[in-house]
Design a protein around this ligand. Sequence first.
Ligand code: ASP
Length: 591
Amino acid sequence: MYRTHTCGELRIGDVGKTVTLSGWVQATRDLGGMTFIDLRDRYGITQLVFDMDTHAELCRRARKLGREWVIKATGRVRERASKNPNRPTGDIEIEVQELEVLNPSKVPPFTIEEETDGGDDLRMKYRYLDLRRPPLQRNIIFRAQLALETRRYLYEQGFLEIETPFLIKSTPEGARDFVVPSRLNPGQFYALPQSPQTFKQILMVAGYDKYFQIVRCFRDEDLRADRQPEFTQIDCEMSFVTREDVLQTFEGLTRHLFRTTLGVELPEFPRMSYDEAIRRYGSDKPDLRFGMEFVELDELVKGQGFSVFDQAELVVGICAEGQAPHYSNKDLKKLTEWVQRPQIGARGLVYVKINEDGSFKSSVGKFFSDEHLQRWADAFGAKKGDLLLILAGEADKTRKQLAELRLEMGRRMGLMQPGDFKPLWVVDFPLLEWDEEEQRFFAMHHPFTAPRQSDIPRMLDGDFETMKSLRADAYDLVINGAEIGGGSIRIHNRELQEKNFRLLGFTPEEAERQFGFLMGAFEYGAPPHGGIAFGFDRLCAVMQGQTSIRDFIAFPKNNMGRDMMIDAPSPISEEQLAELHLRLVDLPQKD
Ligand code: ASP
């Protein structure tokens, strides 16, 4: 027998029992007459003691064990003289009578502890060692619990878990497809699903009116900081539902997940239109853990001879409460440089400090009198000690820049407390987004999203300008500024779907070739339907107050989309290429 208990299990009540434990040697401490070993498995750490007086031979063997050796130890549980209150097993230790080495280990390339000294690539290469570290183990275990509770809740609500294929053809979620060549069909390719979108809609036509799946999705995007080429969604679709039904069901799921895995009761889920979110926070995923709402100043500041403001499409600012005394001229210069970095791209920053004595200090004090500045302060509802930060320029860009500044100030001011969760539904997104460069519309969500019921007649008959003003029956769930999920009520009739494809620049033939199967299905009794997908990796990270999804994926890819452990992607042989009817041309030189 390898073990009677795990390394996280024994307590003071077990004293006197003879037990066997198996695990990894975390650390060895040799104190002359006594040798101590911390034995670790995924359940915890238990201290083993070897006594030179009574078991000299065993003790000598114990001293030779290295880090990460796998051992089996049998002995008696006894109360510890000096207890460790930081460990659940800290009241006891095992007085070892038998020791067996199950497998030795090389010296690991980094420390396997709460904090490690290993760099990213090294840790990815030896992912099996990194995964032994307690923080990663906590994350992976949390993820498993979250998946279990997702299934529990959705099954209870009558959802069926149905698998959809991975070898499909393109689904337009706006990214590039990963493609797989077909050996049996020369010159033809499958695409890996960017999401199961079309299949789940077909399942609605087939009458399976509540579908879900915890499913891998594949998107070949240039990897930004927190993206993975394969990631997991909680993907759902429902028939005979309105937006309200979908929001209620998934607010319920979210509450269930927070309650059962974290013991957190979420506050109200407010609703905010896309337009309002942009106006108040400059973002369609505002972090509502703090206020610092945008105040538009155009009417107050224009026409006073300050050309930066006069020429701007928008002058907008935020009020950082109580920050005036904390920002010296030098700090304000640094903050200005911060907004001028290419990642933010603002041209400059206008500030107004409202000093404790009620006087003003402003970067535009030359242009505006104190009475003027007082009117600005009133517009913000600002008081003594506050700091106004103002940007000006082209409306969309300026709002984005100020949104970044708002988050930065929130961070600096400690307003984004972990453990504080502020959910929000953003609704009424535009249906179509006009791309100036490409001179065409893009679907803001995806091409299967329905316009709001009241916009359908305008969509069928309207002109170009009308199309820009159409609103979608789409919604996003945002928590603490992170987009957790999004979905929509779908188009379920052929005519409207055809019209949408036309607006998106598809010729009727292209639309038919790519999505004829779906539009065909709409002609055989498609029920009204809608759904949503949550980013599962992101949800894990946000719930744990962490920013990187990578630490919640057992085997993630690095920033170049590589799996460092198995070294993929990798070349394939000439034979394999030939079998797939492929030939490589003009490969870029490897450096
Ligand atoms: N398929 C969508 C996505 O991946 C979600 C949905 O509309 O249900 O974002």
